[in-house]
Design a protein around this ligand. Structure first.
Ligand SMILES: O=C(O)c1ccc(O)c(O)c1
Ligand SMILES: [Mg+2]
Length: 641
């Protein structure tokens, strides 16, 4: 199958769109009619631009309200088709793309419609052109691809075929079996789109909510399996109408588009058990085993304060890097690297974003395979400077230009902490924190689907539907990605991706203050949150204060006795439960820059405390503009405003 993309998927002028599409590695493009109409040059100019960019024009679509016109309008409709044929020839393409009529005047009757297509096919044949028919999910009479196929079949003309669009088929939940019965030479092209499952009319859903394969909730591999069974090997073209993409970066969306098709073809190949022609081979997606370490880039002047915070949280400096100003801190299975070196990636990251998380290292079954898969999916590899005898840890660029390192237990990479670090011999003073529970990354709203696809294409990962969380300054969208998560604390990777369209939410302020997207908080697991939080408080860690009303409400709705609620209240611990178990969480006050830690006790519970997110955001908003006490510990009292 040949990857292609419609110009409607990306933002910009037609010229900008085409450049972005070519830069993303596509060799085929669908010109959306509106883009051509708004273009200030001739169709021949567009043809030339595409040729210069190495792009084949698959079609210029759509042609609307063609079939079923009453006699009085029929001749005029065929005249319109002839003008569109002229245009297609000027563009140097051969496919007239007809979407099913929405005209109130259109008549029904399968044979009438087939006769219209037979005649159109005859006219197309005279010019060496073809006609493809797509059933829009909201077509007046034809809204089911099986009806479109029956019309094409009865038209019985070699120049007339069907166009399958996954959105129109999957949004209506149509049976896919008929796809497998269509001869492959009658499928003229296939359009791919995913979408979240929403309750709304098909037209609005299609025009605003489509997304790239893998970003939504349609079972697209099932669609692909049916398609593969026909032997189809022509254009597989993304057609995504999405408000975020229209506002996003054309280059980034086009690249994501290419990645999504590579992912889809790879996933399909795995499910059908044979390679897809046109799809590069890549290692299979693997589950993440654990977060191996989290690296903070910290400027020397802030290092003392951050170290005091780590100690107060129960961490111990266990290792010192052999050649760099870098330390390893540990507690339980949590490893934090503090990088204050004046050279290298962390330093430049710190200059841009301030002291913050610059990298996360993930333990996977095979780091080399993960790197190969990332490269095949067009992710951006990163190579840092490596000192003599030090490990060269493979990495790719992640959210906001940060790094994702890959480590495994099977190669020398598994011994990274011994190879690169000298033990300090300091004795541990743990506060009961045992593992990284999850990492939350805050990003521009327009980028959320990019990073969702990045993680879910790279790893064997699942995602939850996007959820709206209410911040005092607006709505924050929040979506969870999970890979390799099991019952043991710290197993696998749990990520929460947050983004907001409002400028006034905590998320938006983080992105502004941070000069980009990044890790806003890290949740650490304990087996006994009351003991841990009491210890942190005794160590001087300021926790986020939770209003009393929360605990009154908790008493009214949760299955907890009064003493337990009083204990949670005394320590500012929030509570939630689901069908699987209970959940307790508390937050440190926010550091300068908006970063904070969360402390979690998870007893079977599978969620992330979404029920409490609004309470937390409101509490944080009250304390916005945190004061940092001398020495760098976060300070929770009052507000500087
Ligand atoms: O929303 C539309 O009108 C529209 C147009 C062309 C298509 O191919 C399509 O799937 C939808
Ligand atoms: Mg379509």
């Amino acid at each position: 199958m040949i990857p292609s993309i419609a110009t409607v998927c990306v933002s910009g002028t037609l010229q900008e769109k085409l450049e972005a599409i070519a830069a993303a590695g596509f060799t085929a493009v669908e010109i959306f009619e509106n883009d051509l109409i708004a273009f200030p040059g001739s169709p021949a100019d567009v043809r030339r631009i595409c040729a210069d960019l190495g792009l084949t024009i698959v079609t210029c679509q759509p042609f609307r309200d063609f079939e079923g016109m009453p006699d009085a309008r029929r001749a005029r409709t065929f005249d319109r088709a002839e003008r569109k044929f002229d245009l297609l020839q000027e563009l140097g393409t051969d496919l007239l793309f007809v979407c099913s009529s929405v005209s109130p005047e259109a008549l029904s009757g399968i044979d009438r419609l087939a006769a219209d297509f037979a005649e159109l096919g005859e006219r197309a044949a005279k010019r060496g052109l073809r006609v493809g028919y797509e059933a829009l999910a909201w077509g007046r009479h034809v809204y089911d691809y099986r009806d479109a196929w029956e019309i094409v079949r009865r038209a019985n003309h070699p120049q007339v075929g069907i166009v399958l669009d996954s959105f129109h088929i999957m949004s209506r939940g149509l049976d896919l079996a008929t796809i497998g019965t269509i001869p492959r030479d009658r499928i003229f092209m296939v359009q791919m789109a995913d979408a979240p499952l929403l309750q709304m009319d098909h037209l609005s859903w299609s025009r605003h909510w489509r997304c790239l394969p893998g970003q939504g909730e349609f079972a697209l591999p099932d669609f692909m399996k049916a398609l593969v069974s026909t032997g189809f090997d022509s254009y597989l073209s993304l057609e995504i109408f999405n408000d975020r993409f229209r506002a996003g970066s054309a280059r980034s969306v086009a690249l994501d588009g290419h990645r999504s098709l590579l992912w889809l073809l790879d996933e399909t190949a795995r499910q059908v058990g044979k390679p897809m022609p046109g799809a590069p081979a890549m290692p299979p997606p693997a589950p993440v085993e654990a977060v191996e370490f989290i690296e903070f880039a910290v400027v020397e002047s802030e290092k003392g304060g951050f170290e005091r915070l780590l100690r107060a949280l129960g961490f111990t400096r266990t290792g010192s890097h052999r050649s760099k100003d870098v330390d390893l801190w540990r507690q339980g299975d949590i490893r934090i690297i503090l990088n204050s070196d004046e050279d290298g990636f962390a330093h430049s990251y710190q200059i841009t974003h301030g002291s913050s998380v610059c990298a996360i290292a993930l333990r996977v079954p095979d780091a080399r395979a993960a790197t190969q898969r990332a490269k095949a999916l067009l992710d951006v590899p990163h190579a840092g400077a490596v000192g003599p005898g030090e490990l060269d840890i493979p990495a790719v660029r992640g959210v906001g230009g940060s790094l994702v390192y890959f480590l495994d237990g099977g190669s020398a990479l598994g011994r990274w902490s011994e190879v690169d670090f000298v033990p300090t011999g300091e004795s541990e003073q743990a506060a009961g924190l045992i593992a990284v529970d999850h990492i939350s990354q805050t990003m521009q709203y327009e980028e959320m689907l990019t990073w969702l696809l990045f993680y879910t294409s790279l790893f064997d990962a699942g995602k939850t539907p996007s959820q709206a969380v209410i911040d005092p300054g607006g709505v924050v969208q929040s979506q969870v990605v999970e890979s390799g998560v099991g019952a043991a604390p710290g197993s696998g990777l749990r990520l929460v991706l947050n983004g907001s369209q409002s400028h006034r939410t905590m998320s938006a302020r983080f992105v502004t203050d941070f000069f980009g997207s990044g890790v806003q908080h890290i949740a650490l697991a304990t087996k006994d949150i009351r003991a841990t939080v009491a210890r942190l408080a005794a160590n001087g860690v300021a926790m986020l204060p939770i209003p009393e009303n929360y605990y009154d409400d908790l008493e009214a709705r949760a299955d907890l006795d009064h003493a337990e609620i009083a204990a949670l209240k005394a320590l500012d611990i929030l509570y939630d439960q689901d069908a699987h178990g209970t959940f307790r969480q508390a937050y440190t006050a926010t550091l300068d820059g908006g970063f904070f830690f969360e402390i979690i006790q998870r007893d079977g519970y599978r969620g992330y405390g979404a029920a409490n997110a609004g309470i937390r955001l409101t509490a944080q908003a009250r304390l916005a503009r945190p004061i940092t006490v001398p020495g760098g510990l976060p300070h929770a009292q009052g507000s500087a405003t």
